[in-house]
Design a protein around this ligand. Structure first.
Ligand code: OMP
Length: 321
């Protein structure tokens, strides 16, 4: 976690921009222009469409990355958005990760993996590279990934081992931001604890062997901005666990909701916003764009403005508490 914390300190900005493009979030003129380009190269009609969106997503992400690279420490591409486009989408995902890293950003791959140990070991290739034990081949380039720890330690250990061996980080879901998460995560155990509190204890324990310079382990926790009191209590319960806090903005979480998830030094957490940043252009959409470049320029200006507003919002809430 040391690299992420250093990047947050450098930018004075504990926020991460979620790169979660969807057809509705990308101006249609960008896709139209890419469609014309790929029509000359790809035969099958369905492939055209997927390739056009994949290239459009990549151009869209590049414009946003260029616009925010000097003011945010990290980006978080959500792989589902790209997987929906098949192989071309996965190329757009990996190229997005590589491009963000070339601009000095920490890349948090939101891949939410979780499976039995032997399968988790294969999923851990996202951190370790393919064939890590027999000869390393890099394919994925994330600095960190998200995992689902609810399968237990054999499903988590392969990720921790890969993270330790390759200087990467892992964020485990503990208390998710979505409305129905309480159905499972707030189930009360015989001990009187809620299930998410039990998982929080395990995540803290699993991370204990990898505490870095800043006092935080390689195994972080995902804690939704939509649970301010629980998040604050988890902060006290997990002193060595860095938090990824999604749910700010589009899901209703505010800066006041997330301040309790930071430590007394104002560190210990990074807050995500995806639609609030990459979809900011929709709030000031002009009647038409002249070209794809015109649309990309507008997306970039709006994303930067939204990212600055989020940074300022978090900074002042942290200063005021
Ligand atoms: O792991 C996550 O990132 C995550 C966990 C969680 O509890 N809630 C949550 O919203 N997320 C992700 O954070 C992002 C939130 O997007 P916005 O609501 O558009 O800001 C999406 O990529 C979600 O998949």
């Amino acid at each position: 976690m040391d690299r992420l914390i250093a990047a947050i300190e450098q930018t004075q900005n504990p926020s991460v921009v979620g790169l979660d493009p969807t057809p509705a979030l990308v101006p249609s003129i960008i896709v139209d222009e890419m469609r014309e380009e790929v029509e000359q190269e790809v035969d099958a009609e369905q492939e055209h469409e997927l390739a056009a969106y994949a290239i459009a997503y990549l151009e869209f992400n590049r414009a946003i990355i260029d616009a925010v690279a000097d003011i945010v420490p990290a980006v978080k591409p959500q792989i589902a958005m790209y997987e929906a486009l098949g192989a071309a989408g996965l190329d757009a995902y990996t190229m997005t990760c590589e491009y963000a890293q070339s601009k000095g950003l920490y890349v948090l791959g939101d891949i939410k993996r979780g499976d039995i140990g032997s399968t988790a070991a294969a999923y851990a290739a996202h951190l370790a590279g393919f064939g890590a034990h027999s000869g390393h081949v890099d394919m994925w380039h994330e600095d960190a990934i998200t995992i689902n720890p609810y399968l237990g330690s054999d499903g988590v250990e392969p990720f921790i081992n890969a993270a330790n061996a390759h200087d990467r980080d892992v964020f485990a879901l503990v208390r998710t931001s979505n409305p129905s998460s309480a159905q499972i995560q707030e189930v009360e155990l015989a001990s009187g604890m809620h299930l998410y509190e039990h998982i929080a204890g395990l995540v803290g324990e699993w991370g204990n062997s990898s505490i870095g310079e800043y006092g935080y382990s390689r195994l972080g926790a995902v804690v939704g901005a939509t649970h301010p009191e629980q998040g604050q209590a988890l902060r006290a319960r997990m002193p060595h666990t860095f938090f990824l806090v999604p749910g700010y903005g589009a899901q209703g979480g505010t800066a006041a909701d997330v301040v309790g998830m930071f430590d007394t030094q104002g560190s210990g957490a990074i807050v995500n916003s995806s639609r609030g940043i990459i979809g900011a252009w929709k709030k000031q959409e002009p009647t038409s764009y002249m070209s794809a470049q015109d649309a990309l320029d507008h997306v970039a200006v709006c994303a930067r403005k939204a990212a600055c507003a989020m940074r300022d919002d978090l900074q002042s809430a942290l200063a005021e508490r």
